[in-house]
Ligand binder design. Structure first.
Ligand SMILES: [Cu+2]
Length: 279
């Protein structure tokens, strides 16, 4: 029995390690179709991925252990192998263990889980603000610290997509540009129905609720273009209100701000009724 347990323990560790390696290698690849997470681009997303790895080890261990018990019982205690069943009904040690160990496992999960939850909640000394407003079915963005710069952002329809530079159902006409290595407070609200501002690479998914101002934060660590989508079923064109965020070095961001102030000075004021291309 001891030998079996030792083999079983080694086996479960090996399987957990293999799964972890596989999921990470998928996460890092940049193929069209992928498994696992998009690459983490903020400290919050990095911590989420670490937490996921911890959970992966735990659930793999538990699943393999339960599977082993099932197989062991089926083989060892079937009517043929064990014609005279034991009459034992209680085992104090076993009962204490099967209560105590799950409690310990839950504590091991709860501590990092709460730490992460509070870490994602509030930024420490944000340097700028991005205000996001969800509309049916597009997004509005405001930069309050930059003379109230604001614009609306629509998905590029299929017939106008340039496959060389744009992604179908993800690229937008007005891309949100943000500086890297800057702590950004993200305020999220909506003007009609409930939407949800979700950016997988940033580890955020914040509900956009009319009449409420929800907050989260990002600090993008790598320049690049990131995509997200509305994650709250919000009506007919829910699937067609993507988020495209381009993270650039700070000086490039300042230059973009100057151009954007001119570009968006007259048009695209949030709140005005726009005729969506999909209607
Ligand atoms: Cu929506």
């Amino acid at each position: 029995m001891k030998k079996i347990m030792r083999h079983f323990f080694t086996l479960s560790l090996t399987i957990a390690a293999m799964l972890s390696v596989i999921s990470q290698s998928f996460a890092q690849s940049e193929k069209t179709y992928d498994l696992g997470f998009q690459e983490a681009a903020t400290p919050v997303a990095e911590r989420m991925h670490d937490f996921h790895t911890l959970l992966l080890y735990i659930i793999t261990g538990i699943s393999v252990f339960v599977l082993f018990l099932l197989i062991y019982v089926v083989v060892r205690f079937n009517a043929k192998a064990n014609p005279e069943p034991s009459q034992t009904t209680h085992n104090t040690l076993l009962e204490v263990l099967w209560t105590g160990i799950p409690v310990l496992i839950l504590i091991v999960i709860a501590v990092p889980s709460f730490k992460l939850l509070y870490y994602t909640d509030r930024p420490v000394d944000p340097e700028m603000t991005l205000k996001v407003t969800g509309y049916q079915w597009y997004w509005g963005y405001e930069y309050p610290e930059y003379d109230g710069l604001s614009f609306l952002s629509y998905m590029i329809p299929d017939e106008e997509i340039d496959p060389a530079t744009q992604k179908r159902n993800l690229s937008t006409d007005n891309v949100v540009v943000l500086p890297v290595d800057t702590t950004i407070l993200v305020q999220v609200t909506a003007a009609d129905v409930i939407h949800s501002f979700a950016m997988p690479s940033f580890g955020i998914k914040t509900d956009a609720v009319p009449g409420r101002l929800n907050e989260t934060w990002i600090r993008i660590t790598k320049p690049g273009t990131y995509y997200g989508q509305c994650s709250e079923i919000c009506g007919t064109n829910h699937a067609y209100m993507p988020i495209e965020i381009k993270a650039v070095p700070k000086d490039e961001f300042e230059a973009w701000i100057e151009g954007a102030k001119d570009k968006f000075a007259m048009n695209d004021q949030p709140g005005t009724t726009q005729t969506a291309f999909l209607q």
